[in-house]
Design a protein around this ligand. Structure first.
Ligand code: ATP
Length: 315
């Protein structure tokens, strides 16, 4: 309790925040709205591959990266963590700076929202370091200006995304979900996968004005902890376009399904593939089969439904 004579708390010097990568359990893509965004109905699911961001007081904004994954990450103003810091500084009327370090574990350009997780963690960390006190909902709205996946990286667990994906509602997901994340070589550019989607839609004459609906069976599977039903309802409208751009994906899905996975799906715009297992032992067995095939660069066994961006340490 504070009162007269209680010295004010010293300002924080350092804050450490983690934020999860995500997979999409379903991704229905519809037509384009007036601002040029595709209308989505997607179920985001946060997994245990996690980014950790450390922010420390500094003059000006600085960025450093310790990456445990392959792939080029911009260290200039194009980096989503720096863009998040600049946005918060502008909106919060902040003149202070920060040194931001990213400990990167989410595959780069892998369809797992790693850059978005960095942006989410940076917003949470700097909100605390600079003592801005912006409430979570407003911080998520700010994050949505940086990218459609950023608000989910703050919310975490499992959530339904509508609109461009940033319009979120939490989904009840009972029990523990076990996944193998299979990372093939190569990267896929999200805009390119959407362009391919548009091309295929035109060729097949689908109604592009439609607004996709959430999959009621999938929401039921999550509520009941029914892993077999969840496996049957995994669905991604970007998977076909991703297959045409990256021929290495379809064989991995076929292999995992043939080896007894409950389901397998390209995550978001790919190329990471999420393989659903019954339990931890089953996941380890499936990871062994997929890794031994030589079709992928790496596999990770993990669980789903992880929390969103959260403070790990502050001093
Ligand atoms: P998207 O969010 O576009 O679907 P993704 O989840 O597939 O992307 P990310 O790892 O977030 O993949 O990165 C996509 C691109 O964004 C990268 O190729 C990189 O050039 C750029 N980028 C900007 N900031 C970051 C960051 N902090 N981490 C990773 N990539 C970043």
């Amino acid at each position: 309790m504070t009162g007269p004579g209680t010295p004010p708390a010293a300002p924080l010097e350092r804050v450490v925040v983690s934020a999860p990568g995500k997979i999409n359990l379903s991704l229905g893509v519809g037509g384009v709205d007036g601002r040029g965004y595709h209308q989505l109905a997607t179920v985001f699911h946060a997994v245990g591959l996690v980014e950790t961001i450390t922010v420390e007081r500094a003059v000006g904004l600085h960025l450093s990266l310790d990456s445990h994954v392959e792939g080029d990450v911009p260290l200039d103003g194009g980096n989503l963590a720096l863009r998040a810091a600049e946005l918060l500084r502008a909106r919060g009327g902040v003149s202070e700076g920060a040194a931001i370090s990213i400990d990167k574990r989410v595959p780069v350009a892998g369809g797992m929202g790693g850059g978005s997780a960095d942006a989410a963690a940076t917003l949470v960390a700097l909100n605390r370091l600079w003592g801005l006190g912006i409430p979570p909902e407003e911080l998520r709205r700010l994050g949505g200006e940086l990218g459609a996946d950023v608000p989910f990286a703050m919310l975490g667990r499992t959530a339904l995304g509508r609109g461009n994906g940033g319009d979120l509602s939490s989904v009840l997901a009972e029990g523990q979900w076990h996944w193998v994340l299979a990372v093939p070589g190569g990267q896929l550019s999200t805009p390119e996968v959407y362009r391919r989607f548009d091309q295929l839609v035109l060729e097949h004459g689908r109604d592009v004005r439609q607004v996709p609906e959430p999959d009621a069976d999938q929401l039921q599977a999550l509520r009941c902890g029914d892993v077999e039903l969840l496996g049957q309802t995994l669905h991604n409208d970007l998977q076909g376009p991703a297959f045409t751009l990256h021929p290495g994906l379809e064989p991995v899905i076929a292999l995992a399904e043939g080896a007894g996975a409950c389901g397998a799906i390209v995550s978001g715009s790919g190329p990471t593939i999420a393989v659903l297992a019954r339990d931890a032992e089953h996941a380890a067995e499936l990871a062994g089969v997929v890794q031994a095939s030589g079709l992928v660069r790496e596999t990770h066994c993990t669980t789903g439904g992880m929390p969103g961006a959260r403070i790990l340490e502050e001093s």
